[in-house]
Design a protein around this ligand. Structure first.
Ligand code: 2M8
Ligand code: MG
Ligand code: MG
Length: 279
C-alpha cells in the first residue's frame, strides 16, 4: 500500500501548519512499513525538514506540484538513476521547466498583456510572512524554487483567461493552490508525478500497490484521479474539488483532523481495513 498526500490544508493545518491530529495514523503506517508520500506545492527545501519532523524520511516525495521528485535509495533503480545527486543520498528528478525561464516568460506576458500580478519572488519577506503565516525560515525555504513560481493574481477573471492562453503557448500552465496560483511546465502536475511513482513502486516490487490519495485543493484533483481510493479534505475556502473517480470520500473535518478521518474511512477497519489485511 501507499499513501499520497497533500500537505497544506490536508496533513498540515491551513493556518498553523500543525499535523498533531494525524500523528497516531502516521505512527501506525510507519510501523506497518506503508510509505506516506508528501505531494505538495512546497519546495524541496521546505519538504526536507518536514520529512524529518513527520518521520517520513524513508518515503519519496513530490515537491512544487510535481516539478520535483525526490527518491530515497530504496526507491532507486540501479540502472536508471544516477546515485544520490541530492542531499541525504536522495536522487532528485526535475520534471518541469526551470524556474528562471518561467520567471522570464512571466515578465514578458505581464508587459505584453498589461496584466497585474505579483510573483512570490517579488514579495518582500515581510509581505510573504503576513500572507502565508510562515516564519522567517519558512519563507526563506518557500522562495528556494526550482520548477514553479507562485503568484498572487491582481486582475480580472477575463484577463486571467488571456494570461492562461498566453502561458500555454509557452508550454506553461496555471495551477490553483490554497493561496497562490502556481506557474509550472505543461507536462508536470501532481497526477503525472504520482503515476510515475506508482509505476516505480510496481517495477521495484513486482506488484501494484493499493494507493490512497488525500488533498483539499484544485491542484490535488489530478492526483486524486490517479489513486485507487481518494479523500477530499474539507477546505477552508470554497474551492471546487471534483475529481472524476468512483472511490471518493469527502471528510467532515478540515486539515489533519479530516486527514485522519479519511484514512480511517478507507483503512480503519471492516472490509479493506488494515486490521484484516496484513497490509
Ligand atoms: C504555496 O503553496 C500553497 C499550497 O496550496 C498555496 O498555494 O497556498 C507554496 O508557495 C509553498 O511553497 C508555501 O509553503 C505555501 C505557504 O502557504 O504556499
Ligand atoms: Mg492543500
Ligand atoms: Mg498543496
Amino acid at each position: 500500500r501507499l499513501v499520497l498526500t497533500d500537505l497544506d490544508g490536508s496533513l498540515l493545518d491551513h493556518h498553523s501548519y500543525d499535523a498533531s491530529p494525524a500523528k497516531p495514523w502516521l505512527t501506525r503506517l510507519r510501523q506497518l512499513g506503508i510509505p506516506v508520500i508528501p505531494v505538495t506545492s512546497k519546495t524541496r527545501a521546505e519538504v526536507s525538514p518536514l520529512r524529518e519532523a513527520l518521520g517520513l524520511t524513508d518515503s519519496p516525495f513530490i515537491a512544487e506540484n510535481g516539478a520535483v521528485i525526490g527518491l530515497p535509495q530504496a526507491w532507486c533503480h540501479a540502472r536508471l538513476d544516477r546515485p544520490g545527486n541530492g542531499t541525504d543520498g536522495l536522487v532528485i528528478k526535475h520534471v518541469s521547466v526551470d524556474v528562471g525561464l518561467i520567471r522570464a516568460r512571466l515578465n514578458v506576458w505581464r508587459e505584453r498583456l498589461g496584466v497585474s500580478f505579483t510573483c512570490m519572488s517579488e514579495l518582500t519577506l515581510e509581505e510573504l510572512k503576513s500572507l502565508t503565516g510562515l516564519d522567517n525560515d519558512g519563507v526563506r525555504l518557500a522562495r528556494l524554487r526550482e520548477g514553479s513560481e507562485p503568484l498572487i493574481w491582481q486582475d480580472s477573471d477575463t484577463a486571467l483567461e488571456s494570461f492562461r492562453a498566453a502561458l500555454e503557448g509557452d508550454g506553461l500552465r496555471l495551477l490553483r493552490g490554497g493561496r497562490f496560483w502556481h506557474v509550472i511546465g505543461l507536462s508536470a502536475d501532481k497526477g503525472s508525478a504520482v503515476e510515475w511513482l506508482i509505476q516505480r513502486f510496481t517495477s521495484l516490487r513486482g506488484r501494484q500497490p493499493l494507493s490512497m490519495g488525500l488533498g483539499d485543493g484544485p491542484n490535488d484533483i489530478s492526483m486524486l484521479e490517479m489513486v485507487d481510493q481518494a479523500v477530499v479534505i474539507r477546505g477552508c475556502h470554497d474551492l471546487p474539488v471534483e475529481p472524476r473517480t468512483a472511490a471518493l470520500y469527502r471528510t467532515q473535518a478540515s486539515g489533519p483532523v479530516g486527514w485522519a478521518e479519511g484514512v480511517n474511512y478507507w483503512w480503519g477497519g471492516g472490509d479493506g481495513g488494515l486490521a484484516d489485511s496484513g497490509a
